[in-house]
Design a protein around this ligand. Structure first.
Ligand SMILES: [Zn+2]
Length: 120
């Protein structure tokens, strides 16, 4: 996947289109990402007794109610925000040589007038 944990991304579709957030979790298996404060869903929970293996005191209860939860979005619905030019961009790859002479793939900004390396 071209998007990784810690990236800043911009939503390209849905009700949060145009908004930006940082990637909390990348799930390459599902091709989805969880983005901070974006694609919020309401989670309705029942109060339920908490399992408390230590100390048999009074029964503790996990409160019920409605919670805001960031739901996973398909990677195809987000675009990477380039840390150099701060614009939403497509991602390209480039091969760079390390100090030891080995080659590594780095991600680059595909904006024609930027083209900077996105990683590190
Ligand atoms: Zn850029």
């Amino acid at each position: 996947m071209k998007i990784r944990k810690g990236d800043t991304v911009q939503m390209a579709s849905g009700k949060d289109r145009g908004k930006r957030g940082s990637v909390l979790e990348a799930r390459p298996g599902e091709r989805r990402v969880i983005v901070e404060n974006l694609n919020i869903v309401k989670d309705h929970r029942r109060p339920r007794p908490m399992k408390n293996p230590s100390r048999m005191g009074q029964a503790q209860v996990q409160p019920g109610g409605i919670f805001d939860l960031a739901a996973a979005v398909p990677v195809s619905n987000v675009m990477l925000v380039c840390p150099v030019c701060q614009r939403a961009t497509r991602v390209g790859y480039s091969v760079r040589e390390t100090k030891e002479g080995a080659t590594t793939k780095v991600r680059i900004c595909k904006r024609a007038d930027c083209g900077e390396v996105v990683d590190r």
